[in-house]
Write a protein that binds this ligand. Structure first.
Ligand SMILES: NC(=O)c1ccc[n+]([C@@H]2O[C@H](COP(=O)([O-])OP(=O)(O)OC[C@H]3O[C@@H](n4cnc5c(N)ncnc54)[C@H](O)[C@@H]3O)[C@@H](O)[C@H]2O)c1
Ligand SMILES: [Zn+2]
Length: 671
């Protein structure tokens, strides 16, 4: 092989690849690489052909637009060709473009119309005497697919032009898009039906518009934004700005971000502005387009085989890239919920290197059918966590197997359980699992649990990070010297904290159960369990049937309780706590009788109609136990007791996160 062969071979290979990608993208609506990767291949081929003119060929993808129309549609020739756009990837490219135009036109400043470049599918609408007669996709630029029936179902496409100035013939061009929220809802529905999700809104829009059955299109939320014209039987206004205004008056939707700017600096400022507002737009954009405003100039500048010379597409940083999933890792969060995370081959998305993407939960992994080894599309928008959007099935390795949630927590080895119909899986080692340490400890010391005053998040964080505290039991071994010297811990606060820890050793079984942080076991359930079983031993020995015999304990709660106590590590921590001196009155002993003022310091709000008592009776019972009843709900309210037809106080409680008790829950609490 001679040295001169290398570029020729490379060019041939690039042409092959680009043709394949064109076919998959334009005909099948099923691309296997991200746009930015396609753009890089195209750019490489263009550079090769420019540097080696002998390699130029008329049938090269660099000279052509799109791809031939799919034969299942009728063909529709455009009155005037529909071209693509020249691309700029950098500010220097934009400056070059502007300089070339200024030189060609002999002017010092050029006015441009700057427009968002919508990422959808372009269509050509032909109106005769104001009536929509045909609609076609761009196809290869000369001939497209006839999608007239489908276009008629799109509400933003006027079937008849407004006003009475309609020309005999006019072609109107624009981009059909699917709005972001609609795209997400559409993919949700597809996943729910076991269908493959669309890779991105552009594919969703293209797939929806290129339907042989227009009833399907009618159910897809498509929108048309128009950006120009083709064949016209009469002269149009002299500037592009005025043409857009005419289109508006005819009843089309012209993008409201469109703006007239001057020179390179105007173009770049506009692009910067769109980068900033991009995440707030309802639709996807992949660039901005600058068009010379003076249409007389269009004639003079003309076009290449592929694109007009008076317009330029300035690409925005890509949001999507394709990469490979090296592994799917179960990640244990602070509350024990396990999230599958894709460990990715590093890939750059929009200027940031991405190596991880969330897969949310096991159902999502299965619905998207993401497997270890899969090629996937990854998406990162704004500050949102990167996400695996879809799998490129055609690039799946033969040995890829469906992923399963591990049976044991990868951090602590406790059982992993899916509780009934929740989508989430959890590690059951709540007391022991290092991943859950912070959350478990914060809960353990909280006011309604062990009530250890003075042990805040900052302090717990320090104790955990110094490995001084691993489980709740270690709190009871803390010494003066452990605490002194930690941030903001002086003599006095250390003394106070140590005595708060000391005091918490004496507690009640209900509080202790609540403090354990068993999933599904709140205060009321903890009390019910304590009352029913009387001792921790009896509760730990209970099977599902025993548990569901407790009022208000259903199978979900029962399963959670059983699983919790089934973990050897949890039992170890409980044992250690008891050895550290945590205790409560024996069942049946006089001390188990509720203290005289068990509701001291707690505030209640009563709302709605109670059945077994009047509100006044309920108030009397609360007050007898030391509680207080107030009339309005605030963040200081401990409980809202809601009878029938509770009204707005209940809603307010929900929005503030205040515990709401029904009458049975209230009775359980005060008895
Ligand atoms: N991933 C793949 O496999 C693959 C394959 C082929 C093409 N592509 C992608 O498609 C694009 C190239 O294709 P293209 O020829 O359609 O070019 P293009 O999409 O880059 O630019 C031309 C098109 O932009 C659209 N457009 C949007 N807003 C516009 C506006 N305000 N004014 C004028 N036109 C506007 C029109 O439909 C026009 O046809 C690239 O982004 C490329 O990455 C990807
Ligand atoms: Zn764990």
């Amino acid at each position: 092989m001679s040295a001169a062969d290398a570029p020729a071979e490379r060019a041939a290979r690039l042409r092959d690849q680009l043709e394949t990608h064109n076919y998959r993208y334009y005909v099948l609506d099923d691309p296997t690489i991200a746009d930015a990767e396609y753009d890089r291949l195209m750019d490489e081929l263009m550079t090769l052909e420019r540097d080696h003119p002998e390699l130029q060929r008329d049938d090269s993808p660099t000279r052509r637009v799109g791809s031939a129309p799919l034969s299942s549609f009728a063909e529709r020739a455009h009155g005037e060709p529909m071209l693509s756009l020249a691309n700029a990837f950098s500010e220097a490219d934009v400056a070059d473009f502007d300089r070339r135009l200024r030189e060609a036109l002999g002017v010092s400043d050029i006015d441009y119309m700057a427009e968002p470049k919508l990422d959808g599918l372009s269509v050509n609408l032909r109106y005769e005497s104001g009536q929509l007669v045909t609609a076609a996709t761009r196809g290869d630029g000369r001939v497209g697919e006839d999608i007239t029936a489908n276009a008629r179902t799109i509400r933003s496409i006027p079937l008849r032009l407004q006003g009475d100035q309609a020309p005999a013939v006019i072609e109107v061009r624009g981009e059909v898009v699917i709005q972001r929220a609609d795209f997400e809802a559409l993919n949700e529905r597809r996943l729910a039906r076991g269908e493959r999700p669309f890779a991105n809104p552009r594919n969703a829009a293209a797939g929806s518009l290129r339907q042989l059955d227009s009833r399907i299109t009618a159910h897809r939320p498509l929108t048309l934004f128009v950006f120009g014209t083709g064949e016209a039987s009469e002269a149009l206004p002299a500037t592009h700005e005025a043409v857009l205004e005419t289109l508006r008056q005819w009843g089309f939707r012209v993008n409201d971000q469109v703006q007239r700017v001057t020179g390179v600096s105007g173009c770049l400022a506009y692009q910067q502005h769109l980068v900033e507002v991009r995440d707030r737009l309802d639709y996807e954009i992949d660039g901005v387009v600058y068009k010379v405003n003076d249409r007389q100039v269009w004639q003079r500048l003309g076009a290449t085989a592929r694109a007009p010379r008076w317009a330029l597409a300035h690409k925005l940083p890509a949001r999507e890239a394709s990469t490979r999933v090296r592994a799917i890792l179960p990640s244990v969060g602070r509350t024990g919920v396990i999230t599958p995370v894709a460990d990715l081959e590093a890939v750059e998305v929009g200027g940031v290197t991405v190596t991880r993407a969330t897969l949310h939960n096991l159902d999502e992994v299965h619905r998207k059918d993401v497997r270890e080894g899969d090629a996937v599309m990854v998406r990162r928008a704004g500050d949102v966590i990167p996400e695996v959007v879809s799998v490129i099935e055609s690039r799946r390795p033969a040995d890829a197997r469906a992923w399963q949630m591990p049976a044991a927590c990868p951090v602590c080895g406790s059982d992993v359980v899916r509780i009934d119909d929740q989508a989430a899986h959890r590690c059951m080692g709540g007391l022991y699992c290092p991943a859950q340490r912070m959350g478990a400890l914060m809960h353990f010391v909280s006011r309604r649990a062990m009530d250890i005053d003075g042990l805040g998040e900052k302090l717990i964080e320090q104790l955990v990070s110094h490995e001084r505290v691993r489980t709740a039991a270690d709190l009871y071994a803390l010494t003066r010297s452990d605490l002194l010297g930690l941030e903001r811990m002086g003599e006095r606060s250390t003394t106070n904290l140590l005595s708060a820890i000391e005091a918490s050793r004496e507690t009640t079984l209900a509080r202790f159960l609540y403090a354990l942080g068993i999933d599904q076991v709140g205060e009321v359930t903890a009390r019910a369990l304590a009352t029913h079983f009387g001792s921790l031993e009896a509760l730990m020995a209970a099977d599902e049937e025993d548990l569901t015999a407790v009022p208000d304990v259903g199978p979900v709660v029962a399963e959670s309780v059983r699983q919790f106590f089934a973990q050897p590590h949890n039992r170890e921590v409980i044992e250690a706590l008891r050895e550290a001196g945590v205790h409560w009155p024996d069942p049946g002993s006089a001390a188990e009788a509720p203290p005289a003022q068990p509701l001291a310091g707690q505030t209640f709000v009563l709302t709605g109609t109670l059945e077994g008592q009047t509100r006044d009776q309920a108030r009397a019972r609360i007050e007898a136990l030391g509680g207080k009843v107030t009339s309005s709900v605030s963040s200081r309210t401990d409980y809202v007791v809601a009878g029938a037809e509770p009204g707005s106080k209940r809603d307010r409680a929900d929005s503030l996160g205040v515990t709401v008790l029904d009458e049975a829950g209230f009775n359980a609490l005060i008895n």
